[in-house]
Design a binder for this molecule. Structure first.
Ligand code: PLP
Length: 462
């Protein structure tokens, strides 16, 4: 299997190349040329299997024989052994037919661990095979940075540099990054805001000469391997609730659209899914596009669900590619228009999307109300991202008889600010992290100057 670009003009790549490459050279995103299928019997045979075994079976066709089965099985098993729950992603029944899929039992308490525990190991495997080393650079305002660091801390062939805005991430989020003291992990606190940090990372990717030929790798959600890893929990949770014999629906708190796109891939592979509900916070481009065909940028709003604060949903392009029946030229034209001015989808692709997707946007006041209401009804304390999903699932689900699975994307202890604002005393960190606030930290404060940051990276990489 090859991987092709959503804009139709970049060369097709192998799995190995696509893992090591971020964006396609034509500005598009890579997707598999053909979507592998899971037939009725394949799904039925997954009942009762471990998460790691389901993960192996779902992902193996995408890997396309480029890693031998025994090695890939070992990589998958090691990646998910880092989760603190034996089910890896347990289902928690909230009421008669509404379930939470708890994706927050990984090392950093948010769903990004599911993909990044695997991606770090895949990168390390391919680099070792090539006898190469690589540098990862990323900017974070929270969840991605810590998940990437945890995913790479044991990788012999990778050095990781994560930039965060100095004094502008929460203490829990900072310490999840800075208390990892591995030799290949470098935290840089930038004297500036998140946009300054991100601009320096972008500039470093655009001109990599400061690394003298060493490969720079991105681990943001446009990396295909992250989508691939996320397909697995849709399949595993649906099978646990009776797939392929009965369908389920999913509700996904969404931002860059990587998570819900993975669900759509599971559906295209053959998983019976009745409906996908997209939940957004006040940064509602996905909801405006689906509900009103208003595909336009709006100023960023800082919300109580900060990991969903985005202006543009980068992975939505992958869904547009499918909605436009894989017409790369049409996707390129639409996205070029969107960059310049408010855009709209053509009628046929929009109605294709509306057949499977519904959406709902939840503002900050409602997030607090939902945290209280969900606790009153179910005794659960939801994190603010999951709260958007809980509300959206209740408001726009098509059918009360089909099980609704809302993805719980973070542990509430990670976003205690919202929980406290909702009137609760706070949520303790889970036992394996309860000494987080006493752990030794290591990070370097640098000015928001590209030359200073690049010098630091070049001098410290191993
Ligand atoms: C990243 C993140 C999201 C958004 O996921 P996308 O794949 O970008 O749509 C939602 N909730 C939490 C807690 C996150 O960290």
């Amino acid at each position: 299997m090859r991987y092709i670009s959503t804009r139709g003009q970049a060369p097709a790549l192998s799995f190995e190349e696509v893992v090591l490459t971020g964006m396609a050279s034509d500005g598009g995103l890579y997707v598999p040329e053909e979507i592998p299928t899971l037939c009725h019997d394949d799904l039925a045979a997954m009942a009762g299997l471990s998460y790691a075994e389901i993960a192996f079976r779902v992902m193996q066709p995408y890997v396309n024989g480029e890693i031998d089965d025994a090695t890939f099985r070992r990589i998958v098993t090691e990646a998910y052994a880092t989760f603190s729950h034996d089910a890896v992603v347990p289902l928690n029944q909230l009421d008669a037919n509404h379930f939470l899929l708890e994706l927050f039992h990984g090392p950093t308490l948010a769903f990004k661990d599911v993909a990044l525990q695997l991606l770090g190991r895949l990168l390390d495997h391919f680099l070792a095979k090539r006898g190469e080393r690589a540098v990862i650079m990323g900017a974070t305002s929270g969840d991605t940075g810590s998940a990437a660091i945890e995913g790479c801390r044991h990788c012999d062939n990778l050095d990781i540099f994560i930039l965060h805005p100095h004094n502008r991430v929460s203490e829990v989020q900072r310490r999840q990054m800075t208390s990892v003291l591995a030799d290949n992990v470098f935290n840089v606190a930038i004297e500036g805001n998140f946009d300054d940090a991100q601009a320096m990372v972008k500039a470093s990717f655009a001109d990599q000469s400061f690394l003298n030929g060493t490969r720079l790798v991105a681990v943001n959600s446009i990396n295909w391997a992250r989508i691939m890893a996320q397909i697995v929990y849709y399949v595993a949770s649906a099978v646990a609730l009776g797939a392929p014999h009965r369908p389920v629906s999913f509700c996904v708190p969404s931002a860059n659209f990587g998570n819900v796109f993975a669900g759509y891939m599971a559906y295209r592979m053959g998983l019976p899914v009745e409906q996908f509900v997209i939940a957004t916070n006040a940064n509602d481009i996905l909801h405006r596009t689906l509900a009103d065909n208003d595909f336009s940028k709006k100023a960023l709003v800082a919300t109580l669900a900060p990991s969903m604060d985005i202006v543009v949903s980068s992975n939505f392009e992958r869904l547009l590619f499918e909605a436009y029946e894989r017409d790369g030229d049409a996707v390129r034209a639409l996205l070029e228009r969107f960059q310049a001015e408010p855009a709209a989808l053509a009628d046929a692709p929009l109605s294709r999307l509306r057949e499977k997707f519904a959406s709902h946007s939840v503002d900050d006041a409602t997030i607090l109300e939902v945290i209280r209401e969900a606790h009153h009804r179910t005794q659960e304390i939801l994190d603010p991202h999951t709260a958007t999903g809980y509300r959206a699932a209740e408001r726009v689900r098509a059918d009360a008889a089909t099980p609704m699975i809302t993805l719980a994307t973070a542990h509430p202890a990670k976003f205690a600010e919202a929980v406290v604002k909702a009137g609760f005393p706070g949520v303790p960190l889970p036992p394996h992290m309860d000494d987080l606030l006493e752990r030794e930290e290591r990070y370097t404060v640098l000015p928001a100057e590209l030359a200073a940051v690049q010098k630091f990276v070049a001098e410290n990489r191993r």
